[in-house]
Design a binder for this molecule. Structure first.
Ligand SMILES: [Zn+2]
Ligand SMILES: [Zn+2]
Ligand SMILES: [Zn+2]
Length: 461
């Protein structure tokens, strides 16, 4: 929360003016109702009711503070809107949890008996970067010297004896930027969605082999359902967290008609991730063979050995990543050119990634890449799922919207005559964000208080 003492005098004046207005309580109620959104959409309009004697205005924003109604921005990114991102993560969690635990959102409880694995597929190395490590005695040195101290071809040390703190800006930065394979790094981000697609094909083949079936017979008996989230690692490369589940072939979440358990599914995922390859063209050199990194993690979910993940934990883990994106690197969500890059003041590693992406984008094989340099070349969806994993985010948001509309309608009914027959709504866009910096400060401090209360309630539970 921003202490009032650090606010500019005119902002303090705006807060005082707002708080002194007779409709302040109604304004505060609106801010609460839009979930303390950081950039609410302002709407102006009215609801008319047809009666026997003609239309009559039942509700109008003319009676609201500043003559507007505030509606959530709905942005997924925590850096843009903490409140809406919190809500998005909640929706995402519902979707993930429904597919892992069942018993909700149209997914039967029997889904818990299906093989389910939580997997993390990382990117390979493109050169040593500063990192945090731990050994048995606690935090360990970044890159200790092994044998004789050796300088790289650029005369820089190949080691780092620091123990980096979690907020050390060097984390994720190359030990030697000139040794680092920037082209390979950007090519990986650019082709990662295709590498993932190849992985799902390879996985189906590996599972068919485990079950002793032909590919066609496997497809008749089993479907691989998944939901995945892309996360940027500190070094600026994407990796994937996924829940992978085996179902029967129909539309109704029947169990797979093959005898493969969660441990065998995990093994098939490890094999497929280790073997999948994608050969891509590079403009200034030989073709590049892309693969996933050797750091590969699989954990079975529901049933099976002790110490495994629960459906709740797996869902929470993935939902958390759904609200992060490349803007954590200071790039924002807009397109970037080399000219605008200079104004962003980003770390040199990020700058080199952006420049490399821009240069690669010049070549035919990387057509379209220039539109994605703000994502360090990653053009995939941050969260995606196969069709039958569970419900959709749209359905969950629709339910919530319907619930809010019902609430609003109930509220309105108390104010409206009984003999109304027809409702007509007229809305127009009046702008985005709060009217003054004072309003924003008030809304954000209320949002922080609400989050603290939610957190306290969660910890007490
Ligand atoms: Zn918002
Ligand atoms: Zn280091
Ligand atoms: Zn070097």
């Amino acid at each position: 929360m921003t202490p009032t003492a650090t606010l500019a005098p005119q902002v303090v004046q705006q807060i005082v003016t707002r708080a002194g207005r007779p409709d302040f309580d109604r304004w505060a109620e609106q801010v609460t109702r839009c979930g303390h959104c950081a950039h609410p959409v302002r709407l102006r309009g009215r609801v008319e009711h047809g009666t026997a004697s003609g239309a009559r205005v039942a509700y109008s924003t003319d009676c609201e503070p500043d003559r507007v109604l505030l509606i959530r921005c709905g942005n997924r990114r925590a850096a843009v809107c903490p409140s809406c991102s919190y809500e998005y993560a909640g929706d995402m969690w519902q979707l993930l949890y429904a597919g892992a635990a069942g018993g909700r959102k149209g997914v039967p409880e029997s889904i818990r008996s299906h093989p389910l694995v939580f997997a993390t597929l990382t990117a390979p190395g493109f050169g040593p970067v500063h990192t945090t490590r731990a050994d048995r005695s606690g935090p360990a040195r970044c890159r200790p010297v092994h044998g004789a101290q050796r300088l790289c071809p650029h005369g820089r040390p190949t080691w780092c004896t620091a123990i980096h703190a979690e907020d050390d800006p060097r984390l994720g930065q190359p030990i030697c930027p000139d040794c680092y394979d920037y082209s390979g790094h950007v090519a990986f981000n650019w082709h990662a969605p295709e590498l993932w697609r190849r992985f799902t094909i390879t996985l189906r083949r590996a599972l068919a082999k485990t079950a002793g079936l032909t590919a066609a017979e496997f497809t008749r008996r089993c479907r691989v359902s998944f939901v995945k989230v892309a996360e940027f690692q500190r070094r600026g490369v994407v990796h994937f967290h996924a829940l992978v589940r085996l179902d029967g072939p129909g539309e109704d979440y029947q169990p797979p008609q093959i005898s493969i358990d969660a441990a065998e599914l995990a093994e098939a995922i490890r094999q497929a991730a280790a073997h999948v390859r994608l050969t891509v063209e590079m403009p200034n050199g030989p073709d590049l063979v892309l693969r996933f990194g050797t750091q590969l993690d699989t954990q079975t979910v529901n049933g099976g050995p002790t110490g495994e993940l629960t459906a709740e934990h797996a869902a929470r883990y993935i939902a958390k990543y759904a609200t992060k994106s490349a803007e954590d690197f200071g790039l924002g969500e807009r397109r970037i050119t080399p000219e605008t890059l200079a104004l962003l003041n980003v770390p040199s590693h990020v700058e080199r990634l952006v420049r490399t992406a821009w240069q690669l984008g010049e070549h035919d094989a990387y057509e379209g890449l220039r539109r994605w340099v703000h994502m360090l070349g990653f053009r995939g969806h941050f969260a995606s799922k196969s069709r039958r994993y569970s419900t959709t985010l749209g359905a969950i948001r629709g339910e919530r919207r319907a619930y809010r509309q019902r609430q609003a309608a109930e509220h309105a009914r108390e104010l409206i005559d009984e003999d109304t027959t027809l409702v007509v709504s007229h809305w127009e866009f009046a702008g985005v964000g709060y009217l003054t910096s004072g309003d924003t400060a008030l809304a954000l401090s209320a949002a922080a208080r609400a989050r603290e209360q939610r957190q306290a309630a969660r910890e007490a539970a």
